[in-house]
Design a protein around this ligand. Structure first.
Ligand SMILES: [Zn+2]
Length: 477
């Protein structure tokens, strides 16, 4: 009996597709099987709540879990004690999964509690959900490593990247050449929706303006003093007037970190900590120069001196639309999740604490947002510097109750609870599937690289605004 060759080919193709479906389904089941362990890891890092460059325990825990899963770990890379790279497999391609784990100052908050209640007053908290970010990335990496070991080739890396919040940790890791040979990077970020849209961000420069004056008795001999606090106030005033004369999408914010010791002593030292952000790095350069000039002018006018430490600088994210399409398909396959009755009550109570009525409804976490292009978020991330060097894709998982903004106590409450874990699992599975896609079909990497080259344009040279400074390891001290 003669078989039809076309039918045979179709049979073989169908068998290959179903084998692929099977080993991916098995991989997702493997992630689910370890769910409790990942939930415990996320909760531990949430409880450690360590701020930028001080994430000793959080980094060690992730390293230990990666070692246990068979990864080779190199710790203390790029001159940063808490930065590490974990590797599994060998040969090309090389795909990286990025994990973060730093907390934010002042955002300590009880988990899944719908009223402001710090565990410890003024202590740090995971108000950006980086406990979930690092753990979700761990879950994806362990799953892909097991998939690689079942007869596939390529190198997988987990990048443990500290101090995302204003410390520019990844910038130093880029500078140290740790991303030089990677073909693509996969990551995610906690948020209030499931969304894989290619999204840009603002470039950001941060720095501490330190003013030095002359101390004197504020009542008996004020004429002999020169107030460093006057200089800070003069600078802030000038920058606040400048807001009217910068492009709309610009963001400038500051805090006064030191303003003197006592009202009856003319302050001989004061410090303002500034952030400036803009979707365009070149426009931001000009704005930052004007801010620095305001600082110099303030010093001149108050008879003080000023020195500036640039503590952080990141690019705007260069989204890869092609890779976002690949990730979006996987996110749609994974889908969203439902809340339990208890979670719905918590979500409703938490929404009541928000200043504005939420623009996203409870229940939206069950769905995936339709992919759209051209979005720019006003926040910044050091993943941006990776994205100008390597094709990079990231997504958002619905870890926060709809309407809850990042960097809030409400976000800390979600990041330590069951909703956070559910959103993390969506991201872990979508990242694992996307990474497996990149290992399986070389065309994905080719197309992603072509897009990166086209977007950077001819002659693009990556140049961080941090110049050759060392990581600001004590910027949170
Ligand atoms: Zn974040």
């Amino acid at each position: 009996m003669r078989r039809n060759p076309v039918a045979l080919l179709l049979l073989a193709a169908a068998a290959a597709v179903s084998a692929q479906t099977d080993d991916r389904t098995a991989m997702l089941q493997g992630i689910d099987a370890k769910r409790e362990s990942y939930a415990a890891t996320a909760k531990q890092i949430w409880a450690f709540a360590e701020v930028g460059y001080q994430e000793t325990k959080s980094s060690a825990l992730l390293q230990q879990q990666l070692r246990a899963a068979g990864f080779q770990v190199t710790a203390g890379v790029a001159g940063i004690p808490t930065a590490f790279v974990a590797t599994a497999g060998s040969g090309k391609p090389i795909i990286g999964i990025v994990g973060e784990f730093d907390a934010l100052p002042g955002l300590s908050q009880e988990a899944q509690t719908a009223m402001r209640h710090a565990i410890e007053e003024n202590a740090p908290g995971h108000g950006c959900g980086h406990n979930l970010l690092g753990t979700g990335a761990l879950a994806a990496a362990v799953a892909v490593k097991e998939w690689l070991a079942s007869g596939h080739s390529g190198t997988l890396r987990y990048y443990g990247t500290p101090a995302e919040e204003g410390g520019s940790g990844k910038v130093y890791m880029v500078q140290a050449g740790l991303f030089k040979d990677v073909d693509a990077i996969v990551s995610w970020h906690p948020g209030d929706r499931n969304d894989a849209s290619p999204t840009s961000s603002t470039a950001n420069i941060t720095g501490k303006f330190r003013f030095h004056g002359i101390a004197a008795h504020a009542a008996a001999a004020p004429e002999r003093g020169r107030s460093a606090l006057d200089a800070v106030e003069a600078m802030d005033n000038m920058v606040n007037m400048m807001r009217e004369h910068v492009p709309q999408e610009t963001r400038i914010h500051y805090i006064i970190t030191r303003g003197g010791a006592a009202p009856n002593v003319v302050p001989d030292f004061a410090e303002a900590y500034y952030y400036a952000r803009q979707p365009n790095m070149k426009i931001l350069d000009g704005i930052w120069e004007r801010i620095v000039n305001a600082g110099k002018g303030a010093a001149l006018g108050t008879g003080t001196t000023m020195d500036l430490e640039v503590t952080g600088a990141v690019y705007n994210v260069l989204p890869n639309e092609y890779l976002s399409g690949v990730m979006n398909a996987n996110l749609e396959r994974v889908g969203g999740f439902a809340y339990t009755a208890e979670e719905i009550r918590f979500a409703q109570d938490l929404q009541k604490t928000l200043t504005d009525p939420p623009d996203v409804a409870i229940g939206s976490q069950e769905k995936v947002r339709p992919m759209r292009t051209g979005a720019v978020m006003s926040a910044s991330t050091d993943l941006a510097d990776v994205s100008w060097n390597v094709p990079t894709v990231s997504m958002t998982g619905a870890t926060f109750v709809p309407g809850v903004p990042a960097h809030s106590w409400q976000a800390t409450a979600c990041a330590g609870g069951t909703i956070g874990v559910k959103g993390m699992m969506v991201a872990a599975k979508s990242m694992a599937l996307t990474t497996v896609d990149l290992f399986t079909d070389p065309a994905h990497i080719q197309k992603a690289k072509a897009e990166l080259d086209a977007k950077r344009g001819p002659g693009f040279v990556y140049r961080t605004r941090l110049a050759d400074r060392k990581p600001a390891l004590d910027y949170r001290k």
